[in-house]
Design a protein around this ligand. Structure first.
Ligand SMILES: [Zn+2]
Length: 318
């Protein structure tokens, strides 16, 4: 149960890369529409393998790229179970080695036995995998507590859809974004994205990286097992998803982009994991007074669109 790699479509487009210093300036101003305390600066990437991030590699540098695989149309209205992708093969196909891969996607249902969230975090170097990806499932016997588990090194697949940031994981300059006390309606990622939408009308800027929700709680969902009846509306979708308020500290990974780039993109997508068992798809904090975020991001040089759905729709992309 996997896609046919010989016929898999892969499109590639370049991205604009404003200098990080310029982005820091733009974001310092823009994020103030949604947060009371904002500091954005350019720093040497801290060692992201350390607590609290515990990612598979230290940095976000070295041929950084956004990679979007599949899409929501492979999940809704009904699942296309054959849409399973081995990231080891995708990394080879796009010439990424070493490939430090972080991001948000659907976990490998053939491994999990059910549909699940994937919080991607792995390194593949010369075929050797260091897999630190978590998956999160709804526990059918107690839906209030999701089940998080870590994938083994020999399981490198995602299913259906994924928004990934590839780099070689090298140290280097990154954007450090610290924001505290949310005063506006947008979540942390949407506020970054909206700032880039407003500033760069004729450029396409994509970011990938990781952020920590240091304080507070976040609304996150975990997908239940595949629906046997078609899901055609946002209301049906929200009844199928299981929503949680998950508590900090949460480590989120994913991508955002200011513009669709004519590639039918999901313009922001972050999943988070934790060391206390909770993991899922990030929507927004539910504790604006105490919410505190710390993120590290790099710009992508290009975007790869893998197996873009031919028949598409716009719902379910929140
Ligand atoms: Zn998601």
């Amino acid at each position: 149960m996997e896609v046919n790699y010989t016929t898999l479509s892969i499109e590639k487009k370049s991205l604009d890369r404003p200098p990080l210093e310029e982005l820091a300036k733009v974001l310092n101003k823009g994020l103030q529409s949604n947060f009371e305390h904002v500091t954005v600066e350019v720093v040497d990437c801290p060692d992201l393998t350390q607590q609290p991030f515990t990612l598979a590699k230290k940095g976000l540098g070295g041929s950084p790229k956004l990679v979007e695989v599949g899409g929501v149309p492979y999940l809704l209205p009904l699942v296309k179970r054959e849409k399973v992708y081995d990231l080891k093969k995708i990394a080879t196909m796009i010439g990424s080695d070493p490939a430090f891969i972080i991001g948000a996607g659907a976990g490998p249902h053939p491994y999990a036995g059910v549909n699940c969230e994937g919080i991607l975090n792995m390194n593949i170097a010369k075929g050797v995998v260091d897999q630190q990806t978590r998956i999160s499932k709804v526990n059918p016997s107690n839906e209030e507590v999701p089940i998080q588990e870590i994938l083994p090194n020999n399981e490198t697949r995602v299913a259906l859809l994924a928004n990934l940031f590839f780099s070689s994981g090298e140290p280097g300059k990154v954007l450090k974004i610290h924001a505290k006390k949310r005063t506006g309606p947008l979540d942390f990622i949407a506020s970054i994205r909206q700032t880039l939408v407003n500033e760069y009308k004729n450029k396409v800027v994509g970011l990938g990286g990781a952020f920590l929700l240091k304080e507070g709680k976040a609304k996150q969902h975990v997908m239940r097992d595949f629906s046997k009846t078609p899901i055609n509306t946002d209301e049906e979708l929200n009844n199928w998803l299981k929503f949680y308020n998950m508590r900090a500290p949460l480590v989120a990974v994913g991508t955002l982009i200011n513009n669709d780039h004519g590639l039918d993109l999901r313009v922001q997508h972050f999943h988070s994991f934790s060391h206390h068992g909770e993991a899922g798809h990030y929507h927004i904090d539910v504790t604006p007074e105490t919410a505190e975020y710390l993120g590290y991001f790099n710009t992508g040089e290009e975007i790869y669109r893998v197996d873009r759905p031919v028949e598409t729709h716009q719902f379910g992309r929140d």
